[in-house]
Write a protein that binds this ligand. Sequence first.
Ligand code: AMP
Ligand code: GLY
Length: 422
Amino acid sequence: MRILIIGSGGREHAFAWKISQSPLCEKLFIAPGNAGTRQHGTNVDISPTDFEKIASFSLEKNIDLIVVGPEAPLVDGIVDYFLQRADIKHIPVIGPAADAAQLEGSKGFAKAFMEEFDIPTAAYGEFSVDSLTEGLDYIDSQTPPIVLKADGLAAGKGVLICPTHEEAKLEFQEMLKGKFGEASSRIVIEEFLSGLEFSVFVLTDGKNYITLPIAKDYKRIGEGDTGLNTGGMGAVSPVPFVDKELMEKVEDRIVKPTIEGIQARELNYKGFIFFGLINVEGDPFVIEYNCRMGDPETEAVLPRLKSDLLQHLKELADEQLGTTPVEFDDRAATTIMLVSGGYPEAYEKGKAISNLENISDSIVFHAGTKNKEEEVLTNGGRVIALTSYGSNFKEALKTSLKNAEVVQFEGKYFRKDIGFDL
Ligand code: AMP
Ligand code: GLY
């Protein structure tokens, strides 16, 4: 098969690494990719949201399957675009159509969906400028901390957890005034849930699903989960506290009702669902849905998938999902992200990365990197993910930390405590 992966981060490098190992993979392209993805295929300089160029490239290269990494092209309707054009509608695009991608693209949509299908999540209210007074009253009726969420996509920054009513009211009004642009013109205010978070990933055709290895990511920049939120500083898979009993509750109360809801609403969903969950005293609740795989979770999840991902994706496209059973590697995997100094605030790009060739026992996934002739340069906040195996996450972490010291670039920073709370 001839495959095109859309995206340029560590998640897409992990997809390229895994898919290129499949005997079904004849040719692999990544648009636009990074300095790591080109070890497994050909990078093509096309933006993930330039659907016209993606379509003409796919026709020219006889692409058989497109795997979409990030949410933006999905929320913007890449699946709909392909289905609406007679000359390309035969090419399967892995991901939900735009209306189904609203599960990630609109917090209000996701909350209403969960309410309708009785899926456990925090109690909430949804407000806009037209219901400002009601919003302020709602805040007063809540027990702090108070969670405010911009309805739309806000690059992972749109959630605020306010310790007092006063702060919540101020932030609520700032958000309505455009703190996160159009994304915060509607706001979800919700109950604060306390517990440990974890992530469950399924691949679905809208009726059937297969479950991938679970993971937990570490979003804050600082050790002990302190400081600003980032795209993710590391991840572990599996998650020790997620036992068989909890996982059964997740399937029965969350995964199955979600798939039933997708069917009931007649949404076109043929792709990954990422359930961001929280364990509240043994009961799972949904914090958020994402319509794609997580980053850096994918860098820990795919190394633990023994079965052929491309085979699973092909079966999804052929309406045969689940024919081949999913097989897991019993080992644990831990990934840590090396980031640019200053991230997630301002940081510099273009720093030379050295010593990658001296890494042993870890898988190197490039995130924000690019080539300049034979040199590899930093090209983003999150630069390199190092994934290692171990009999448990701590052992795996040790190996990743050893290699994190080996890789060099100016301003390098990483968390040494991934898994500290487990
Ligand atoms: P989200 O973008 O919805 O994943 O929110 C970002 C982060 O905010 C989550 O990973 C949680 O750590 C935190 N968060 C979101 N909603 C809640 C909630 N209702 N209770 C506690 N923490 C939350
Ligand atoms: N690591 C969290 C995400 O991908 O949204």
